[in-house]
Design a protein around this ligand. Structure first.
Ligand code: CU
Length: 155
């Protein structure tokens, strides 16, 4: 079987690009530690109001400039929908949904997770600049989805 020169070049280049992609994924996963967000735990979405820490959502001071913000997502609000931290804080957001799939995206950061009923989602962000950081639900969750937002006030 005869293969034309240009066809051979095309096949070699395509094979090199495929190999480069596979090597890139392997380096990302094995060396750089890139991984998809995985659940931090499980929780019964019908029992959030009686299950710690979601029975008392809000901000907790962990000391040393670290905070945990426990947020409950439900149609169509976050509880609480505003937290305030000092400049230089590192905030771990711990989220759970009591009804349908919601999302959590914090503008100006790379914090972005899905909030799936039954699953505890966690994401951490550091705030080195004062200002207001909006967070939004980015999974369409019904009629009032566009009203589902909150903010971090950094002073
Ligand atoms: Cu939504």
């Amino acid at each position: 079987m005869r293969i034309e020169t240009y066809e051979r070049i095309f096949m070699v280049l395509a094979g090199l690009m495929l190999a480069l992609g596979i090597v890139g994924i392997a380096i990302g996963a094995l060396v750089a530690g890139v991984h998809v967000p995985s659940p931090a735990g499980r929780v019964d979405p019908r029992a959030l109001s009686t299950t710690p820490p979601f029975d008392q959502p809000g901000l907790r001071d962990l000391g040393g400039g670290k905070y945990e913000a426990v947020l409950v997502a439900r149609a169509w609000q976050f509880q609480p929908n505003e937290i305030e931290v000092p400049v230089g804080s590192t905030v771990t957001f711990t989220l759970a949904s009591s009804d349908v799939i919601h999302g959590f995206e914090l503008t100006g950061t790379n914090a972005n997770v899905m909030v799936i009923p039954g699953q505890i989602s966690q994401v951490t962000a550091r705030f080195d600049q004062p200002g207001e950081y909006l967070w939004v639900c980015h999974e369409y969750c019904g009629f009032g989805h566009h009203q589902m937002y909150g903010k971090v006030v950094v002073r």
